[in-house]
Every structure is written in C-alpha cells, then in structure tokens.
Design a binder for this molecule. Structure first.
Ligand code: AMP
Length: 439
C-alpha cells in the first residue's frame, strides 16, 4: 500500500494552522500595500535555463527539476524546474516585458521549493513574502526594503531581531586586502557558513580549498575586531581606513542607506552592520540584508539585497533591482512557540442544529436566513442530541448556537444561545438573525 504521509519536507496545512498562516500573510500584505507595492504572480515552474546559473553552484544543487514528458520522456532530460525563490522568476518576467514603466515595484507571497534537509523552520516547500523595486538605483529603494521588513515584523509582534546589513563590494575589498581578490566567490561561500560552522570551520574550509594560511589569518585580522564590542560606526570607520576600493565606496553607500532608513521613519535601533554577512545567492551586487533573531536559534527570518546584474543576465535591459524576502515559515514557527497569535475567528459565527428529525429542513432554512444576512453559518446535516450540538458548535468556532426541535417547529421559532455568557432567547426566525447581527 502506498504511504499516505506527504512527501519529505512537504506539509498539509490543517484548518486551524491555515487560519493563523493567513492571518500572518494578511498583516504582511497590508504592510506591502501600505508602501504601494503592486501584486504579481509568476508560475511555479520555470524553464530550466532561467533557473540555472543564477544562484551559485552550492545552492543550485537544491533545485527540483522536472523531467521531459510525453515524447521526450525517454531522453531522461529535464526542461523545467520548480522555482527556487521569487527573485529569479521576477527578473525573468521583467526581462520579458520591456514595455514596463520603471520603477516597477511588486510584491509576491507564494510557495518556492528547495530540496534541503528538512528541520525546524526548514522545509522543501515553503512560502516567501517578497517586495522588490526594479529600475531604481537609489539607495532609498534599498532602505525601503529594510524598513518594510522591519515594519512587517513589528506588525506581527516581534521586537527581538536585528536587520543586519552589509555590502557585497565590501566583501570584494576584504578579499582583495587578504590577497585573494581572484577567489572572492569561494571566500564568500565559506564566510556564509560562519553562523553554522564558526571561525574554525570557515578557516578549515578555506585551507582545504587551498587558501594560503596568511590569507586566512589576514581575513580574520580585517574582520577580527569587528566581532568585538566595536560599534557599527567604529567598524565602518576602521574598515574605511584599511580597505582598498571598492571598500570605502561600499561603506559610504551603507551610511547613505542608514540615512534613508531614518528619513523613512525606520527604526535604526533594529539595524546592525556586520561585515561578515555574506548571503548565499550569487546575484547580489550591492547592499545585502538579513533578519536575525537576537538570541539566535532559528536561521534567518528574511533576507535580501541589491542585484543589479540579474535582469541583464536573463537577456533583459540592464536594470538595477533590490528586494527583500520574509521567511514566513520560521516566523510562523516562532509565533506558534511564543503563543503570539490573537484569538482568530472560527469558520462560522452561528451553528444551527436540528434536534428532531422533523426540524431538519427548518434548520437548513434558518441557516440560509443567517447566510443571506452575511453571517457565516454551519447547519447540522441530521438531527443531533444536544450534547453533540455543542461539540459541533465548538469545532467550527461558533459564537451562537441555534437549536430547532419539535416545539420550535410548531411555533416557527428557534432557541438561541450565546456561548460567551450562556444567555438564551426563544425567538421567531428573523428576530434570531437580528440578535446575532446586533451582537
Ligand atoms: P533566500 O532566498 O535564501 O535569501 O531566503 C530568504 C528567506 O527564506 C530566508 O531568510 C529564510 O527565512 C527563508 N527560507 C530559506 N530556506 C528555507 C527553507 N528551506 N524553509 C523555510 N524557510 C526558508
């Protein structure tokens, strides 16, 4: 017999959890809309050549590929893949629409797929919530991404995170200063693992890749005191002094970004500079950001940055672009663990039950009256014992129970009970609707 559990890393979203999930999506979407981003939907599947060569070899291994079908099935070739994020599909969309007016600012809340090892807050199918600005080279667009992510997290009730910022060109200058300018990419991939494997792990990885020991120690010299009590401003000032270009230019851009964050009304307290922040994807070219919990314990809650070359790489105009993605799954896990959800309305406000066989059609009719008045209502499918009525009402989250038995049928009335305080009424059908509407 076939296994009936979902495939590895995939999940069914049960009704109660799905209500909480939608509540979170709606708050995030409200923030996106407050900044005037437009909604966009792109397909789950992309042509394989769109996806390949954009993220970097390490991450690319995690992409799900689709085998050719029909006549092509025998070849074993693949021609499509499931999207790995929402950024590359967006860049593909922009490249294919040269008529779009710039800047184009869109949001998208949709699932993406990665063949990662599943663990807490890490799945193979997960939602991302992205905002991106295409066609703007201004650092105010980067700052807006930082502020949007910050406001979305605040709207959900978080206050113990940092939006960590860095600049890809700073990493370039650091590679240069360490004498490994031509191996910047490998350096970046190793540094990206700092969180997981620590300094020793990164050093070991660099040495196993054949980096000279002096380059590795020079790297820690440059980054060294930045990990101490040094303030962000001191670290920036120090790196500005010791790094070759484009280091100082990158620092100037980060300072500008912070000025814009402040002007946008963002919270500078939650923004932190960290020169080792790498961000995995290959396509970043400028400022990068990542949301990290202050106490750690759960990968990043979101991330993004500037990717000025990606649209050109996909064959489009050379357009600057910047975006941020909220890792909503981890946010949901934390909100669940921390009991941050308010009480959310159930699926129905009213549960109408027949408690005698001859009342069934009356119950269906009364349920119709509530629905016509716009009140979400569930009706029993058969006559129930009173105890069962309340169990069913609780399951749908109803606030009122409406019961119809032999007596009520005879008098064309219903018994109404408000569950919050137990108050009861015996009323004609239409008056019952009024009682609920006025509550
Ligand atoms: P990325 O596209 O890799 O920059 O990821 C953006 C955000 O998506 C991250 O900050 C995570 O919060 C989230 N994320 C990445 N991978 C996973 C995963 N496998 N499961 C759940 N969330 C993820």
């Amino acid at each position: 017999m076939a296994k009936v559990s979902p495939a590895r890393g995939m999940r069914d979203h049960l009704p109660a959890a799905l209500r909480r999930r939608r509540y979170v999506f709606s708050l995030v979407e409200e923030v996106f809309q407050l900044f005037g981003y437009e909604p966009l939907e792109t397909p789950a599947l992309e042509r394989i050549e769109v996806l390949q060569g954009k993220y970097g070899a390490e991450t690319e291994k995690l992409g799900f590929k689709i085998l050719k079908r029909g006549a092509g099935a025998e070849t074993g070739q693949c021609d499509m893949g499931l999207r790995y994020d929402l950024t590359v599909p967006l860049a593909r969309f922009i490249a294919s629409h040269p008529e779009l007016a710039m800047p184009f600012r869109r949001y998208q809340i949709a699932p993406v797929w990665r063949a990662e090892r599943p663990q807490r807050g890490r799945y193979r199918e997960f939602y991302q919530c992205d905002v991106d600005s295409i066609g703007s080279a201004s650092l105010s667009a980067d700052a807006e991404c930082v502020v949007v992510a910050d406001l979305a997290l605040k709207a959900l009730g978080f206050d113990d995170y940092d939006v960590v910022i860095n600049h890809r060109q700073l990493l370039r200058a650091i590679a240069d200063a360490a004498g490994v300018a031509d191996r910047e990419h490998e350096l970046l991939i190793a540094i990206d693992k700092l969180d997981k494997i620590g300094r020793e792990g990164v050093s070991a990885e660099l040495e196993s890749r054949g980096f000279p020991a002096e380059a590795v120690s020079s790297l820690w010299d440059v980054l060294g005191s930045a990990e101490s009590d040094e303030t962000a401003e001191d670290a920036m000032a120090r790196l500005e002094q010791i790094l070759p270009e484009p280091g100082p230019k990158a620092i100037a851009e980060l300072r500008q970004l912070l000025v814009h964050v402040d002007a946008l009304g963002g919270d500078l307290e939650s923004v932190r500079f960290d020169p080792v922040l790498a961000r995995g994807a290959d396509y970043y070219t400028g400022p990068v950001f990542e949301i990290q919990l202050r106490g750690g314990g759960m990968g990043s809650l979101g991330g993004g940055g500037r990717y000025d070359g990606l649209i050109g790489l996909l064959g489009g105009r050379d357009l600057p672009a910047v975006g941020v993605s909220l890792g909503i799954e981890r946010i949901l896990v934390l909100m669940e663990e921390r009991e941050m959800f308010p009480e959310l309305p159930g699926v129905a406000e009213v549960y109408v039950a027949a408690i005698a066989d001859e009342a069934i059609n009356h119950a269906l009719h009364v349920a119709g009256l509530f629905r016509s008045a716009g009140v979400p209502t569930v009706a029993s499918d058969s006559a129930l014992r009173v105890k069962k009525v309340f169990k069913h009402a609780e399951r749908v989250g109803a606030k009122f129970v409406v019961m119809i038995g032999t007596d009520e049928v005879a008098s064309a009335e219903v018994s109404v009970k408000r569950l919050s305080d137990g108050k009861q009424w015996r009323l004609p059908f239409t008056d019952a609707v009024q009682v609920v509407l006025e509550d």
